[in-house]
Design a protein around this ligand. Sequence first.
Ligand code: FE
Length: 173
Amino acid sequence: RASGNLWTMSGVCRKAFMTGLLLLFAGAFLLVPARDSLAAVPDRVEKSEEEWKALLTPEQFHVARQKGTEPPFTGKYWDFHEEGTYACVCCGAELFSSRDKFDSGSGWPSFTAVLEHAPIAEKRDFSYGMVRTEVLCARCDAHLGHLFSDGPPPTGMRYCINSASLLFLPETR
Ligand code: FE
């Protein structure tokens, strides 16, 4: 009888193990559509590396297409205070508003939020021995910058964006 109990125990363990495994697989399946939504963005802009190179300055190409980072306090927009909209330098998608821009002291243009309905994608980034959240344009996959959770209220978010990935569009009124 004792051995019977043991057998039952291991059966329970096996059940728990299989349930865990099943949950893991379910989790993986739930993650897949989130990644696929990147490709589901309407008006996708896809160009070859050579085509992007011809359209962008060398710095824009390095930052936006090769995930580079401009040196802090050097970009066009870190100390820029005009009212308007910031678009993706590659595809023109409107991404950020000057209303959400704040002076983070980082030397990069910083925003507390993205524009409503902006095609923004976020991706886990393990480069340079850090775990960060990369911010991309979901329409053309341009690298924009990184997202941190040490921003000011009300969102507490800090979108740390390269000037080289942005094109400022002044408010027209
Ligand atoms: Fe874009």
